[in-house]
Design a protein around this ligand. Structure first.
Ligand code: GAL
Length: 331
């Protein structure tokens, strides 16, 4: 028979373990505009990025802009997280040296990764260009594993069109789309081919000049957002809605009071987190610092979205419970 002292200590032990478990599950703060340290304590380098969810793990890919890297290479970083707040640096998923003789100062921006269930390959799209942004092409690289090493496949102009900023959208039925800015005309949403190595079909051309294009499908409506063409400088980002990707698309409206210039950020993606109690759509944006790009920040906030309206609230620290899908903005 156990002594009552032993039983009491066992009960306390169990309670303590429960407390610890709960502490592990306490949602962590996401702090827009602040330095965002990874597991090594280094500011996350995933600019112009995108998110891919595999199982319960989120992977964040983006432009690596640290100082001190070999300048002849271009790098795409990969981080992983199960709560979207605390990120582990995995590796440079892509490290590539001018694969098609673009030019010494060639540019690799806005990488996005799709998973193709048929080929079981991870397919990375990115904007590739020369220093003067005249080539206007997309690059494609593939890997058997999510964090690489990605191998270069090719570059091309989607359906023959100029393509600068790109975005990624995967619909609820799993169909994958590329969004790209076609300077003379506007921005286009195109369906990827079966193996994702090409683009197959144009869904729409939205005759609006928008960069950082992103789309989310929420409660039966498609919402598209993007920024005006002001380079690294922030501008009022806008949104439009449509019942189908083919359109017709509504007029574009501001996502925040226009004088706020999107609180200094530029859109790169919208991430939909479907939980047991709520669905949160996260605005993922970049606060660029062109003279010190390694220090560029991120603005992630839960959007106010629904009934054809979308609004980016004033940035404040917030938490997200990825299980319930609930976001709580601090007062
Ligand atoms: C921005 C674009 C960035 C980068 C920059 C260069 O408008 O969104 O990805 O290309 O211009 O000036």
């Amino acid at each position: 028979m156990q002594s009552s002292a032993l039983r009491t200590s066992q009960i306390f032990g169990a309670l303590f373990s429960l407390l610890l478990l709960n502490a592990g599950a306490v949602p962590q703060l996401i702090q827009p505009g602040e330095l965002w340290p990874d597991d090594r304590g280094q500011h996350i380098q995933a600019h112009g990025g995108g998110i891919l969810k595999v199982g319960d793990t989120y992977y964040w890919f983006g432009e690596e802009r640290s100082r001190g890297l070999n300048p002849t290479y271009r790098y795409v970083s990969c981080y992983s997280s199960t709560n979207l707040a605390q990120w582990t640096f995995r590796k440079h998923a892509l490290k590539v040296y001018d694969p098609e003789h673009f030019h010494a100062g060639w540019i690799l921006e806005r990488p996005k990764v799709f998973y193709n269930a048929k080929t079981k390959k991870f397919v990375m799209y990115m904007h590739v260009d020369d220093e003067g942004y005249k080539l206007a092409r997309v690059g494609v690289a593939v890997s058997d594993t999510v964090d690489g090493d990605y191998q270069w496949v090719k570059s091309f102009r989607p359906l023959g069109h100029e393509s600068r900023d790109i975005g990624q959208f995967v619909d609820d039925d799993g169909t994958a789309y590329l969004i790209f800015e076609d300077r003379p005309f506007g921005f286009r949403i195109v369906k990827l081919s079966d193996d994702y190595l090409d683009v197959e079909k144009e869904m729409c051309l939205i005759p609006m000049h928008m960069e950082g294009g992103a789309v989310v499908h929420y409660q039966g409506l498609y919402y598209a957002i993007g920024s005006a063409l002001t380079g690294w400088n922030a501008n009022p980002n806008k949104y439009a809605t449509a019942k189908s990707l083919e359109g017709p698309w509504s007029e574009f409206k501001d996502i925040a009071p226009p004088e706020k210039n999107t609180f200094g950020a530029q859109s790169t993606m919208m991430v939909k987190v479907v939980g047991t109690k709520a669905t949160t759509v996260i605005f993922m944006g970049d606060i660029w610092k062109p003279a010190t790009q390694w220090d560029s920040r991120y603005l992630w906030m839960p959007l106010e979205i629904g009934d054809g309206k979308l609004a980016l609230p004033e940035p404040k620290p917030w938490t997200l419970d990825v299980v319930t899908g609930e976001a709580v903005i601090q007062k």
